[in-house]
Design a protein around this ligand. Structure first.
Ligand code: ATP
Ligand code: MG
Length: 235
């Protein structure tokens, strides 16, 4: 595959954690290799504790591999200093965390606009308009002034997805984006993700327990015993 056409790549990545009171280390990822082509969508599935969030944190540059290489947009993430990694995240990556991480004192609209305040953030001027469009599309048009504490879990999750999309990332990393949504809300969020992938070419890596969401992605990979294997290729 042509490297230019890749937005992210993991090469023989291992991640282990030293355990305070034990001699042996906890090996979470043993040998993970993954290539994410620009504009493609893929799902990572696997049991709880199999290392899915650990894998996303590595792709996001929020964590460093114990061995191996992680490259995003042609740059090796662990070779970058903190500033350069933050800039890469801000300009190219949108992240939906498993636990949302919304700021409790800010409104829905303010939370969504926070990434646009970072230096170098693209299209800050058009961001409020885009924010209200996206919030409307996920059914939150009448929640713009609510604070996260006044929202349901599923509503908070949708705000987190919109916040991750606001800077038009080239790569969206989403950790269980439909985890607390009911069937109808999951379907409409899956529709939004599929549409953004198709229309704007946002590449996405989505961790999910939902096979319905996984099947909406172009590829499904299974994380099992510290390695990734293909679950099924779709045309
Ligand atoms: N900083 C850390 N220090 C020690 N162990 C960790 C650390 N982060 C994760 N782990 C361990 O690594 C394993 C994988 O964690 P991870 O959060 O990646 O799982 P997951 O696949 O996302 O699970 P879930 O589906 O429940 O979210 C777990 O056993 C966890 O306890
Ligand atoms: Mg997780």
């Amino acid at each position: 595959m042509n490297n230019d056409a890749q937005i992210a790549q993991m090469e023989h990545v291992a991640r282990w954690f030293q355990q305070p009171d034990r001699t042996e280390r906890l090996e979470v990822l043993r040998d993970v290799s993954l290539q994410v082509a620009a504009g493609e969508s893929l799902a990572v599935v696997g049991p709880s504790g199999s290392g899915k969030s650990t894998l996303l944190n590595l792709l996001a540059g929020l964590d460093r591999p114990s061995s191996g290489r992680v490259t995003v947009d042609g740059r090796e993430v662990s070779g970058l200093d903190d500033d350069a990694r933050s800039r890469l995240r801000c300009e190219r990556i949108g992240i939906v965390f498993q636990l949302h991480h919304l700021l409790p004192q800010c409104s829905v609209m303010e939370n969504v606009l926070i990434p646009t305040l970072a230096p170098g953030a693209p299209e800050a001027a058009s961001a409020p308009r885009r924010a209200s469009d996206l919030l409307e599309r996920v059914g939150l048009a009448d929640r713009l002034d609510h604070r996260p504490g006044q929202l349901s879990g599923g509503e908070r999750q949708r705000v987190a997805v919109v916040r991750a999309l606001i800077n038009r990332p080239a790569l969206l990393l989403a950790d269980e984006p439909t985890g607390s949504l009911d069937r109808a809300a999951s379907e409409s969020l899956a529709d939004l993700l599929a549409e953004l992938n198709r229309e704007q070419g946002v590449a996405m890596v989505t961790v999910t327990h939902s096979m319905r969401l996984a099947e909406r992605m172009g590829r499904v990979l299974q994380l099992d015993d510290g390695t990734l294997r293909t679950d099924g290729e779709r045309a």
